[in-house]
Design a protein around this ligand. Structure first.
Ligand code: HPA
Length: 262
């Protein structure tokens, strides 16, 4: 049985056609995940949802136990994860309300437990393509069939937060080649790769980066735009679930550890 996992904000699982069967608490060698995994059923397809920041939203980005969250999914037999997160657009062409299917990442976070391999086993996974390209293709197909506009590529820059950026930082991140900036995209993606789980990510643009419009950024703006985008994300997920459930993994993520161990 394929296992589909979704990491997102709390409440995303409250959507038409999705029935919560159980909330499963999982303990891991790395501690407790952000919350119970909401084991749901959609049209005969099992999907496990995890609210990244707990429910209600109470864990800041730099305190999320990313290792426990990803390891817990593995304990549940999940082998394909869609991650959804709020981001700031780094240029005016990446407008609030739009969805970006990420294909690259730059990790500027710090002080986070970012690997399952702290020694004595030493592992260097290949991260040339941080997101599963097969899953990306499936999400593009799902977006097309549900008539949802999805920017097909984008580079995510992960800052540590919890503060937002300065205007100069946003200029620098854009010059570095970033399309969106967020605080939670890493180390999630790398941890999934270390467990040979396929991982894909949809960035929801909730605001333009600091200094672009000249207006002060607020959490209210981020939350309001996230809320306004929720139905679009739910539609995308509903279209993606049957495609993901039917997909037999045939990508390099399955054997990410091959040749990676020293
Ligand atoms: N910067 C960092 N993280 C974010 C932003 C932002 O502008 N918006 C939503 N998450």
């Amino acid at each position: 049985m394929p296992g589909i996992g979704v990491i997102a904000g709390s409440g995303l699982y409250e959507m038409e056609g999705v029935r919560i069967k159980e909330i499963r608490r999982v303990n891991t060698p790395f501690g407790l995940p952000s919350d119970g995994y909401h084991l749901c059923e959609f049209d005969g397809i099992d999907v496990a949802f995890l609210p990244r920041h707990g429910a209600p939203h109470r864990i800041p980005p730099h305190k999320v136990n990313y290792r426990a969250n990803i390891y817990g999914f593995r304990e549940l037999g999940i082998d394909r994860i869609i991650s959804v997160g709020a981001t700031g657009g780094l240029k005016p062409s990446v407008q609030p309300g739009s969805l970006v299917l990420l294909d690259q990442v730059v990790d500027l976070s710090s002080g986070r437990e970012s690997t399952f391999y702290d020694g004595p086993e030493v592992v260097h996974i290949d991260f040339t393509e941080p997101y599963c390209n097969r899953m990306r293709g499936i999400l593009r197909d799902a977006a097309a069939s549900a008539e949802i506009q999805l920017r097909p590529v984008g580079t995510y820059i992960c800052t540590n937060g919890p503060r937002l950026e300065s205007a100069a930082e946003v200029r620098m991140l854009a010059a570095m080649g970033g399309d969106v900036v967020g605080m939670t995209g890493m180390p999630e993606a790398a941890l999934a790769r270390e467990l040979e789980i396929c991982f894909s990510s949809v960035a929801v643009v909730t605001n333009l980066g600091a200094g672009i419009t000249g207006a002060k950024l607020t959490s209210v703006e981020v939350i309001d735009t996230m809320r306004a985008s929720t139905e679009k994300i739910r539609n995308l997920l509903r279209a993606a679930f049957p495609l993901l459930a039917a997909w037999e993994r045939d990508c390099a993520c399955r054997e990410a550890l091959k040749g990676a161990k020293m």
